[in-house]
Design a protein around this ligand. Structure first.
Ligand code: ATP
Length: 298
């Protein structure tokens, strides 16, 4: 089996609204896979489809290399929205009820409580839990029966920084156990911190998918400036230089994006001078991931 989940050209309409358009990507085994996109980009719709809560208008998907079936869903723990726990029952009692409903994991409750660090509060009523504890109990419910794949929609939404850090650590721990984790998030920071693979959605279309390091790499670029009226000549000169991937004009400067192992500032300066162009501005700049994400999804 080459992928845990294979999404193939999925399109979804809600009446006239197109929420997804021909989205395709594969989730490799053992990945922590982020589905990243701004609000309304189609993340929840996509997770709803692969969890069989929603029907795709077109396209197909395969779990474990096979057509989806109930057998597969038993191997997947899902957190798409906050489950309805009983407020006046304890965390442990709520998990017993969840296990009975799911038909799996009755004997697994001490293990999952330990995993989400709620064992010492298992007898407390749900309504005495903090928001972070409620979310951890929801994740504990997904872990019942030890599924090999976990699907989480915005697992840290609404939590404070401590709660967010606890959930992220839990995701890392689950990944170390060998689980495949698919999580939707609108937070670049979240995906960068916990995911090794990412698919970026914008207005229902897939912009990019792959290894986080490749998709969201920090890019260096060189910024150059010349006296007024010299920009066209500079652009023409630079287009003859090898090792350049892209040239962009921004706020009166030219930005030079380099191929891997590009060229140094000194080399660019020398080359321009030899071609009769005198630079009045030359600077190496780092492009932040934030600005790359903004640019991708603008
Ligand atoms: P968010 O992070 O805000 O939840 P999302 O990326 O998960 O956003 P979706 O909730 O999947 O995006 O929504 C994708 C698009 O589909 C949006 O334009 C949304 O308004 C629309 N949409 C979602 N659910 C429905 C529905 N039941 N009926 C009509 N339109 C819907």
């Amino acid at each position: 089996m080459s992928s845990i989940l294979s999404i193939q050209s999925i399109t979804k309409f809600y009446g006239p609204i197109r929420a997804l358009h021909k989205v395709s990507f594969d989730v490799p085994p053992g990945a922590v896979f982020g589905v990243l996109g701004p609000n309304g980009s189609g993340k929840t719709t996509l997770l709803g489809i692969v969890m069989d809560v929603l029907k795709a208008s077109e396209g197909s998907y395969f779990w474990f290399g096979e057509r989806p079936s109930e057998k597969h869903r038993q191997q997947i723990g899902t957190l798409l929205e906050t489950p309805n726990f009983y407020h006046y029952l304890s965390g442990e009692r709520n998990l017993q009820i969840a296990a009975a409903i799911k038909g799996r994991g009755e004997g697994d409750i001490p293990r999952v409580l330990e995993m989400v660090k709620l064992a010492d509060r298992k007898d407390s009523k749900f309504n005495t839990y903090s928001l972070g504890m409620k979310q951890r109990l929801a994740i504990a419910s997904c872990l019942l029966g030890n599924p090999s794949v976990l699907v989480f929609d915005e697992p840290t939404n609404g939590l404070d920084p401590v709660g967010i850090a606890q959930i992220r650590q839990l995701i890392r721990d689950l990944s170390k156990e060998g689980k495949t984790i698919i999580l939707a998030s609108h937070l670049l920071d979240e995906v960068e911190k916990v995911c090794d693979h990412v698919a970026i959605l914008q207005k229902g279309q897939l912009l990019m998918a792959g290894n986080v390091g490749e998709v969201l790499t920090n890019e260096d670029f060189i910024e150059l400036g010349v006296e007024d009226g010299g920009m066209e000549r500079l652009r023409a000169v630079l287009s003859g230089l090898s090792g350049i991937r892209q040239l962009k004009e921004q706020e009166g400067h030219l930005q030079l994006y380099l191929e891997n192992g590009g060229i140094s500032l000194a080399e660019v300066n020398r080359y321009c001078f030899q071609q009769g162009v005198v630079l009045n501005h030359l600077q190496l700049r780092k492009k932040s991931l934030e600005s790359k994400f903004m640019e991708l999804t603008k």
